[in-house]
Design a protein around this ligand. Structure first.
Ligand SMILES: Cc1ncc(COP(=O)(O)O)c(C=O)c1O
Ligand SMILES: N[C@@H](CCOP(=O)(O)O)C(=O)O
Length: 465
């Protein structure tokens, strides 16, 4: 399997190469040159299989040539057999007739990021051991990627991880999950800025090729293809449980950086009968506005009850743009350069038409989020976290209930956003046993201005102090 850059000017790489590279050297994102296609019979044969077994079927064609089948099976069994606290790994919960939630928060850090980052840590070990190579990971987080990446990489021999979060803009549980990991290969940095500033710093470091080569930079954000790939799996497990390939399924996906919903789009491209994909955003609604107006235009990031989606520059949208524009790297470069200079670009009418044919989108503000949390508590006794509530509300308004089952992705455990849950539902969620003492643990993080030179100097000076 070969991977190519969305901007068409970087060398194509195999899976090992893209996993260790992260962002392509032309500033683009890697995508598979050709998407594997599954027949209806192959999808039907997934019925009754375990999560790890289906993960093997889905992931194997993407890693072929870089990871042997035996190694892949072993990594998937240890990841999904041991690290998740629910036997089904990604259980479906029925809320009503044809209305489902896909719970993706049974991993060690209680958010959907664990699905990919538990596996990515194992890929890093596998490839660095083979090459006897050291990696410097630089990541940006609005709260969940950070804790999951740190959990996936803590104590790993060949890896140092520097994780940037926007100072004061993540929940207390999210911050503590990151900053109480005291292994010397982990450095937490609070940046004086927003998540978009953190993500821009990370991309600028990758685009500084001499810095990148000097420190051996790699990525854990969803700019790294392996992240998206691992997230494709739960679309298969859930759709197959609900009758695929003989019945189509629609999904509502709480969206920020567009990685999770892009994984659903990939699943559909591989042959899974996905009826509609709904982009569910909070007030940081760049994607909902793009569908409405055709203009992809970043606004001011506002702090919401669903802080992990407080994102106005939606990184993986570039991967979709590549497809919308007929896999034309030059067109993507033009769009992204315009965005870089003007913070906005307008989609060509034919690209907008394709976008609208593939997706619907809705915006949910904080009042609506709280109302949705209360509604589901009263209707089904279900306590949803605020990100999940955004997905539920959009599912309710934009995905018609009928013969097609509707699945909303439940992306985080309510305890990560206790204050919002208390305000909306009058309930204080309790931390699970494995992190019951989280607030007593020692915390360590550093603070930096939103400045690339300061960040690069800190990375060059090495691990934790
Ligand atoms: C809890 C939660 N829900 C939803 C999202 C949005 O996912 P994506 O960035 O893949 O669109 C995030 C952050 O990525 C998150 O942490
Ligand atoms: N919401 C994310 C933001 C980073 O997204 P990623 O999927 O590109 O890592 C977070 O929780 O950090």
């Amino acid at each position: 399997m070969k991977y190519i850059s969305t901007r068409g000017q970087a060398e194509s790489l195999d899976f090992e190469g893209v996993t260790l590279t992260g962002l392509a050297r032309d500033g683009g994102l890697y995508v598979p040159e050709i998407l594997p296609k599954f027949s209806a019979d192959k999808i039907r044969a997934m019925r009754g299989k375990s999560y790890a077994e289906i993960a093997f079927e889905v992931i194997q064609p993407f890693v072929v040539g870089s990871v042997s089948d035996a190694d892949l099976k072993r990594m998937l069994e240890t990841t999904y057999g041991n690290a998740f606290r629910h036997a089904a790994v990604a259980p479906l919960v029925q809320l009503d007739t044809n209305e489902w939630l896909l719970e993706l928060f049974h991993g060690p850090t209680l958010a959907f990021k664990d699905f990919a980052l538990q596996l990515l840590g194992r890929f890093f070990d596998h490839f660095t051991a083979k090459r006897d190579q050291k990696l410097t990971i630089l990541g940006a987080t609005s709260g969940d990627t950070g804790s999951a990446a740190i959990e996936g990489c803590r104590g790993r021999k060949n890896v140092s991880i520097f994780m940037l979060h926007p100072k004061g803009r993540v929940s207390d549980v999210q911050r503590k999950q990151m900053t109480t990991v005291l292994e010397p290969n982990v450095v937490n940095i609070a940046v004086e800025g927003t998540f978009d500033d953190c993500q821009a710093l990370v991309k600028a470091c990758f685009n500084d090729l001499s810095f990148r080569d000097e420190v051996g930079l790699t990525a854990v954000n969803s700019i790294n293809w392996a992240r998206v790939m691992a997230q494709v799996v739960y679309y298969f497990t859930s759709a197959v449980s609900l009758g695929a390939p003989d019945r189509a399924v629609s999904y509502s996906v709480p969206t920020g950086n567009f990685g999770d919903i892009f994984a659903g789009y990939i699943a559909k491209g591989m042959g899974l009968p996905v009826h509609t994909l709904a982009i569910a955003t909070n007030s940081n609604d760049i994607l909902a506005r793009t569908l409405e107006t055709g203009s992809y235009s970043s606004g001011v990031t506002s702090a919401t009850l669903s802080p992990s989606m407080d994102i106005q520059v939606s990184s993986n949208f570039e991967r979709l743009l590549f497809d919308l524009s007929g896999r034309n790297g030059e067109q993507v470069r033009t769009y992204m350069e315009t965005f870089q200079n003007e913070k906005s670009f307008t989609l060509a009418p034919e690209h907008l038409e394709l976008l609208r044919a593939g997706f619907v989108a809705g915006r949910v503000d904080d009042a609506m989020t709280k109302a949705a949390m209360r509604r589901y508590q009263q209707k089904s006794g279900y306590i949803a976290d605020p990100h999940t509530a955004v997905g539920l509300d959009v599912a309710n308004r934009y995905l018609p209930k009928g013969a097609v089952p509707v699945v909303a992705l439940s992306t985080a455990h309510p305890v990560k956003f206790g204050t919002a849950v208390e305000e909306a539902c009058g309930i204080t969620p309790t931390l699970p046993d494995h992190m019951a003492d989280l607030f007593e643990r020692e915390e360590r993080f550093e603070t930096l201005p939103n400045d690339i030179k300061a960040l690069q100097a800190r990375v060059l000076s090495g691990g934790s102090r």
